[in-house]
Ligand binder design. Structure first.
Ligand code: GLU
Length: 364
């Protein structure tokens, strides 16, 4: 049997697992939390994407028939606290709340901030728990569903794996609710129109066990080299198997590795907005040691770029690397040649010791 190998995963848990009867419950969460605690012990990194704020707060707000948007947002504000308290009680590490809207993911500065925060949380062994910021987001600002939010989170966190916990065993070749012959598809090598069709088609809102948005999420991830697994989040045995490296559910296999997809994207898809000229020492650190680019090795900054944009890294008039820069051109010009410990004193702030982090850099 194929092994389930991963280092950094986003695990998406839906409302029906968080608040099975419109009330927060640890019924299904205990096994998931145990799996996450075990994974931490194996040196793996996890980010949770947890739905359930509206469901968990539903019984706390008096509404008549269908709740209004404001009533739902009030439910979310109350329910989010209950949901977080519930999760927090199950972990040995610190939990960190991250509330996002689609706007945050589309804005370059905020995207970089999210990425930096996630990186810092993981470095400090905390468990980031992400949800949509339901209190501020209405339709046009929303990602809308947490399956797609989980895919965006996996991309920004540079995860290698997305695990979507569903209330069904995975993707079936027919609807198992009304077709006893339906069989589980264990592996999907390519997300074809037929696969979308199985999940309810692009236009329908209800798919086979709510699969439509899960397939959309899987599609976003596999394109970027992130393997995606849909499992039954109600079965404790699923998480026992995963902890042992055994595959269950439906696996969507990426076309290429995360590293390669990222390198290709950095190398070929991104337009550079400027250049950073570095000295020989920095060149060696990048090419021989796999290090991040620090301000101390920068001798000149060319162009006018903002934080998060792509730049060429050059030495002796040759482009040696390409990467996403963490400071804008003016700030970099001010800290070039300086030790990283002087960034804060020079700029009045610091987003980290590197000018370009290794994770965001590809050698040319
Ligand atoms: N963000 C919503 C909530 O926490 C859930 C959205 C979803 O489950 O797709 O209630």
């Amino acid at each position: 049997m194929a092994r389930f190998e991963w280092k950094r995963a986003v695990i998406k848990v839906g409302s029906s697992l968080i608040a099975p009867n419109n009330q927060c419950s640890t019924l299904y969460l205990a096994a998931i939390a145990h799996f996450i605690n075990e994974s931490h012990k194996q040196g793996k990194e996890v980010i949770l994407v947890s739905s359930g704020s509206v469901a968990a707060g539903r019984s706390k707000i008096a509404y008549k028939h269908r709740p209004s948007i404001a009533e739902k947002q009030a439910m979310a504000a109350i329910g989010q606290m209950h949901m977080m308290a519930n999760w927090t009680s199950l972990f040995e590490c610190d939990c960190a709340q991250i509330l996002l809207t689609a706007d945050d993911l589309h804005n370059r500065t905020r995207y970089v901030n999210i990425k930096n925060t996630l990186r810092e949380l993981l470095k400090n062994n905390a468990l980031p728990i992400v949800n949509e910021n339901d209190t501020v987001a209405t339709a046009e600002l929303k990602v809308g569903d947490n399956d797609n939010l989980a895919a965006y989170t996996a991309l920004v966190a540079q995860a290698d794996t997305l695990i979507i916990c569903s209330d069904i065993d995975g993707l079936y070749d027919a609807d198992p609710r009304n077709n006893p012959q339906a069989t589980l598809i264990k592996e999907v090598l390519e997300i074809t129109p037929e696969i979308h069709q199985l999940a309810g088609g692009a236009g329908s809102s209800v798919g086979t066990g709510g699969m439509r948005t899960k397939i959309q999420a899987a599609e976003k991830c596999v394109k970027s080299g992130i393997q995606t697994l849909i499992v039954n989040g109600r079965e404790a045995s699923v998480f026992e198997a995963l902890a042992k490296g055994e595959l269950t559910g439906t696996l969507f296999v990426p076309h290429q590795s995360r590293q390669r997809a990222r390198d290709m994207w950095l190398k070929h898809s991104l337009l550079t907005k400027g250049s950073i000229i570095v000295d020989e020492g920095a060149k060696r650190a990048l090419t021989d040691k796999g290090a991040s680019l620090l301000p101390s090795g920068i001798v000149a900054v060319v162009g006018n770029f903002v934080a998060g944009e792509a730049v060429n890294i050059e030495c002796n008039q040759a482009v040696i690397a390409k990467g996403l820069v963490l400071y804008n051109a003016a700030d970099l010009a001010n800290i070039k040649g300086l030790k990283s410990s002087l960034i804060e004193a020079t700029l009045g702030f610091s987003v980290g010791e590197a000018a370009v982090h290794r994770d965001d850099l590809v050698l040319m």
